[in-house]
Design a protein around this ligand. Structure first.
Ligand code: GLN
Length: 381
């Protein structure tokens, strides 16, 4: 017997969090905030559990949450979603899996932009699809029409897009989205648009939902995440929004993956989605301040960092910082010798070699970031 996942790697997040535990390191690897998340939502979930909301929810999600998701996006992003255009999943990763199962057939080529979130490739390949990577380059991680023209062929059926982009911490601009939209229309492609970081904006740039670009509503499957919105990453509550023709097959796939998502968590998330835009702006502002704090602390230690426009992540340019080591070697060394866990960005690109960018999660208290920067300073000496 042989499993197709027998040789699959343990994810870089699991690996680095494991090393962080083993060495008692500060964990700036896997992206999760250190604070416990909004108390009102945690209390709401706890009350729901106490009062017995512990049986299966409807497979597509609690109606109150589906409605809250639609209203949230309509209010904050100017969409016109209806409740039947939303389903709830057990995290965005499940949403991506369901969307890929529903829309990628054997032999279909799927465009992904690298460095790409690590779940994309194994899910596409398990569905029988072929990954067509487009490699974006620092510091601007720019998408051009020419790149799309080169990568798209007669077998291309879909694009798995991520904006804001993890690990690049990039937010794509209107020109790049227009180029993508044009290519999708020309080749009749479906886009699975992973927008889980939409509210974690680190500059005053607005997030542009792909479905709001001309011609994209009817070909975009948008994925959102309560984990990222509220800093409750362990809750694993995700959303999928699309027109019924696109969404219904995803809902069918979801039935056979997790069937449904815990109702106690869904009811709490519905409460948070109703908060006004100021709450989200404040959350993003707090994240932007921590990003700046870590950046300045690293610059003071002689490190050069790339721009961070969205996500919980700040990328260090090792080569620019005068460090000749590859990113994987550097991450292995700093966790063992200096007690800081980080993620090598080369883990997100398909060619095997090491790179020179290291991703750090800044969603931590300043004292933790200061100590991590100090230790990283020692690693340079
Ligand atoms: N999204 C998280 C990150 O980029 C990882 C989530 C996971 O480990 N599955 O750090």
């Amino acid at each position: 017997p042989h499993s197709v996942f027998a040789e699959a790697p343990v994810t870089i997040f699991e690996k680095m969090s494991g090393l962080a535990r083993e060495y008692g390191a500060i964990n700036l690897g896997q992206g999760f905030p250190e604070d416990p998340g909004p108390l009102a939502l945690r209390e709401r979930a706890a009350q729901a559990a106490v009062h017995g909301w512990n049986q299966y929810a409807p497979s597509r999600g609690l109606p109150e949450l589906r409605q809250a998701v639609a209203e949230h996006y309509n209010r904050l992003q100017g969409t016109a979603l209806t409740t039947d255009q939303v389903i709830i999943t057990s995290g965005a990763t499940e949403a991506i899996a369901a969307a890929v199962m529903a829309w990628v057939r054997s032999g279909d080529e799927v465009i992904v932009f690298e460095p790409a979130y690590d779940a994309y490739r194994p899910l596409i390949e398990r569905a029988g699809g072929i990954v067509k990577p487009i490699r974006l380059e620092p510091p601007h991680w720019q998408i051009t029409a020419q790149m799309l023209d080169q990568a798209i062929g007669p077998k291309t059926r879909a694009v798995l897009f991520n904006n804001p982009m993890n690990p690049a911490a990039k937010m794509f601009g209107a020109d790049e989205l227009a180029a993508l939209a044009k290519a999708c229309a020309a080749h009749d492609l479906v886009v699975i648009s992973d927008e889980v970081w939409e509210h974690v904006r680190l500059t005053d740039r607005a997030h542009i939902p792909l479905a709001t670009i001309e011609g994209m509503r009817e070909r975009t499957i948008k994925i959102g995440s309560a984990g990222k919105m509220f800093g409750l990453t362990g809750w694993k509550v995700g959303f999928v929004c699309a027109e019924p023709d696109l969404l219904d097959p995803v809902a069918r796939a979801h039935q056979f993956l997790t069937f449904a998502t815990p109702p106690l968590l869904q009811t709490a998330v519905a409460e948070g989605l109703a908060w006004d835009g100021a709450w989200y702006a404040q959350m993003a502002q707090g994240m932007a301040e921590r990003c700046d704090y870590l950046r300045q602390a690293l610059v003071a230690q002689g490190y050069v960092c790339l721009d961070s426009r969205g996500t919980y992540f700040l990328n260090v340019d090792l080569a620019g910082s005068g460090i000749a080591m590859g990113d994987t070697d550097f991450c292995e060394a700093i966790v063992r010798e200096f007690g800081v866990a980080a993620i090598p960005v080369s883990a997100f690109v398909s060619d095997a070699g090491q790179g020179n960018i290291v991703r750090l999660c800044f969603a931590k208290p300043e004292t933790v970031l200061a100590e991590a920067a100090k230790r990283l300073g020692q690693a340079r000496q």
